[in-house]
Design a protein around this ligand. Sequence first.
Ligand code: HEC
Ligand code: HEC
Length: 147
Amino acid sequence: MGALLLAAWVGMVQAQVEEIDAHTGKLHSLQGDTALQYNKDAERLRDPVKDQGIQDRQYMHQPPLVPHQVRGYEVDLKVNRCLACHGWKNAAARGAPRVSPTHYETRDGMTLGDISPRRYFCLQCHVPQTDAKPLVDNTFTPVESLR
Ligand code: HEC
Ligand code: HEC
C-alpha cells in the first residue's frame, strides 16, 4: 500500500516537472538542459510587481512577502540596503515596518544588539512577487483565523 502510494506520488511529481518531447524524445525538466550534476543559473527576476502594499500572510510565522521592487538593493558583507529602511534606527524616518525582535535573536535564543547573522540575508526568506504562472497546482488555503 505504502509502495503503491509512493509510486502514484512519484508519477504525479514526474508528470508535473518532466515532459518528454514527442519529436526529439528529449526530456524537459525545470532544470532545463542543464545536466543533473550542475546547478542551473538562477533566472533573472522578471517584471517584479511594484508597490502592492502590505500583503496578507497565509500562515503563522510566514515571512511576509516583499511588496516592493528590490532590484539593485545590495546585501553583502559591508552593506545591507534592506536594513537602511527596515533596521530599527531608520525605519520610522523611512516609513518602513521595522524588522521584528526575532531578527535580533541567535539560534540559542540570545538577543543581540544588532541583526542576527541568521537573519542577515533578507531575501533568503522574504521574496518579492512577480505575475508568474504557478509551476504546479496548489490548493493550500490559510487557517480560518487568517482568512
Ligand atoms: C527605500 C526604503 C526601503 C528599502 C531599501 C527596502 N524596503 Fe522593504 N519596505 C519599505 C516600505 C516603505 C514598506 C511598506 C510598504 C507599504 O506599506 O506599502 C516595506 C515593506 C516590506 C516588507 C513587508 C513587511 C510586512 O509586514 O508585510 C518586507 C518583507 C520588506 N519590505 C522587505 C525588504 C527587503 C528584503 C529589502 C531588501 C532587499 C527591503 N525591504 C528594502 C521600504 C524599503
Ligand atoms: C530566516 C528567515 C528570515 C530572514 C533571513 C529575515 N527574515 Fe524577516 N521575517 C521572518 C519571519 C518568519 C517573519 C515573521 C515572524 C517574525 O516576525 O519573526 C519576519 C518578519 C519581518 C518583518 C515584519 C515585522 C513585523 O513586525 O511584522 C519585516 C519588516 C522583516 N521581517 C524584514 C526583514 C529584513 C529587512 C531582513 C534582512 C535584514 C529579514 N527580515 C531577514 C523571517 C526572516
